[in-house]
Design a protein around this ligand. Structure first.
Ligand SMILES: [Zn+2]
Length: 478
């Protein structure tokens, strides 16, 4: 797989400040580590909103790597970092030791994951399946860019089929190339000629194989986190001083970004009421997290449920779809408006919006009013934070983040959000079979009443729909 580059008119003009310190053996979100050493850039695919791999993510990567190559990839004494890459459904780059070691991709049609390895993976795991061994002479040529030809090949794993991703190893055990097999094992038996592998040229990156921990990463990023924290605290104070007539509040969704935003308001010396727009389609863990956070920090929660609006609208519109998320407006914005009008008339809300979340947010202002909630002035203290800043900060502050993240969810909203990828929906279905069955029953009933084919409800086809209304709310925080 070639390194994906941003399109010429890519909206992601701000590069993610993602580096590695080879002295501290840790990711650093800036050019200079807290230890004083100069860091080296880690080349990831844009937008590059990198984040930690949690236990569930590590297990998934290790399982699928082992299926293909015979051994797990991530050693127990290494932290792993994920980077979501634009793809048909779900694709993640895996970063170990300051290098991208592979990508994993979900193939929804086949309902399975595939690993696309890079040479650096062999620094952490010695594959025992899907390998091709070559003699020293051939290894030298291949490293210089030659093809992998039958003469010079000394071993072919008997499991290799045409199209499989393979590692090409030297007799000494060094990885000299990765690529896709052009011949199956059977075809190589007795063959004396032919190209065996189409290699994928990737520049061999610097790899740091020293053990790492998240504590190392927190220490290495101390100065950077302090600067980000200070700037965000100053922003909060500034917004409040410029809007003395508005009641300050903090929007809380149960997600990591709104938790950091809440912590920033506490650091600014404030104890703001938490606004929670309950869609009625929340995970039980999210409802519990809202309670836990309020209790831990001694804050009040003001909540309204948008469930009634959702099901009324569902009857008319059908389920929300990827490019037609009418749900945000009816079950998020409407409750927020009710809360503010009832309690204060008008309010300023600190919201966990970040520019690296999406192309649209990259262009969003830091203070704005949503046209459907004019009584709310929204402000984004962590606009310039990446997901990694957010996580390192939450780890450092030992904040009670939503446990769903550890179960492999990277964004937390309604349980059936059409914007989730199929890979994620399969996970949710397996974990919450009752909730999911109920949702599918509603889908089937609506589908039957509107002449939809049977697979519409079952095959996730309901998620895809032509957009029939221009609505800017579908990608903006409330
Ligand atoms: Zn360092």
């Amino acid at each position: 797989m070639a390194q994906r580059r941003p399109a010429k008119n890519s909206p992601f003009l701000a590069p993610v400040p993602f580096y590695w310190c080879d002295v501290c053996h840790a990711p650093v979100m800036g050019r200079i580590c807290t230890c004083g050493a100069k860091t080296r850039p880690v080349s990831v695919t844009p937008p590059g909103d990198v984040r930690p791999a949690f236990e569930r993510d590590r297990t998934l990567v290790n399982r699928i790597f082992e299926e293909q190559f015979g051994v797990p990839l991530i050693p127990d004494d290494q932290i792993a970092i994920l980077n979501k890459v634009p793809d048909e459904d779900r694709m993640e780059e895996i970063i170990l030791g300051g290098a991208v070691v592979c990508a994993i991709r979900f193939l929804p049609a086949e309902n399975r994951w595939e690993v696309l390895p890079r040479e650096a993976a062999a620094e952490f795991a010695s594959p025992t399946k899907r390998i091709i061994r070559v003699n020293d002479e051939a290894a030298g040529y291949i490293k210089d860019g030659s093809s992998v030809l039958m003469p010079g090949v000394t071993f072919v794993s008997p499991d290799i089929a045409v199209g499989d991703a393979v590692f090409v190893m030297s007799e000494a055990g060094e990885c000299v190339a990765v690529g896709r097999a052009k011949m199956s094992y059977e075809e190589t038996v007795g063959a004396t000629r032919g190209q065996l592998v189409r290699t994928r040229r990737t520049q061999k990156p610097v790899v740091d194989t020293h053990p790492t921990t998240w504590d190392d990463a927190i220490r290495a990023n101390k100065n950077i986190l302090d600067i980000y924290e200070n700037k965000s605290v100053e922003f909060v104070k500034d917004v409040i001083s410029k809007n003395p007539d508005l009641t300050p509040t903090v929007s809380y969704s149960g997600g990591k970004d709104s938790l950091v935003t809440l912590l920033i308001t506490l650091k600014a010396g404030l104890k703001l009421p938490m606004i929670f727009a309950d869609t009625g389609l929340e995970f039980p863990e999210t409802i519990q997290n809202v309670k836990d956070v309020a209790e831990k920090y001694g804050l009040s929660v003001i909540s309204e449920c948008g469930s009634e609006e959702f099901w009324k609208e569902f009857e008319v519109q059908g389920p929300p779809a990827v490019d037609f998320r009418w749900c945000c407006k009816s079950c998020k914005l409407a409750p927020v408006r009710r809360i503010i009008e009832k309690n204060w008339g008008e309010a300023v809300s600190f919201i966990g919006q970040r520019k690296f979340e999406s192309a649209k947010r990259m262009q969003s202002p830091r203070v704005w009013r949503n046209k459907n909630v004019l009584c709310q002035l929204s402000a984004a203290p962590i606009q310039h934070w990446t997901a990694m800043h957010v996580w390192l900060y939450l780890f450092r502050e030992e904040a009670p983040y939503n446990p769903l993240y550890e179960l492999g969810l990277d964004r937390i909203g309604c349980f059936m959000c059409p914007s989730s990828d199929v890979a994620c929906m399969k996970d949710i279905e397996a974990r919450y079979p009752e909730m999911w069955k109920e949702w599918e029953a509603k889908l089937s009933a609506w589908g039957d009443a509107h002449g939809m084919p049977k697979q519409w409800a079952e095959k996730s086809l309901w998620r895809i729909r032509e957009r029939n209304e221009e609505d800017a709310d579908t990608d903006s925080h409330f």
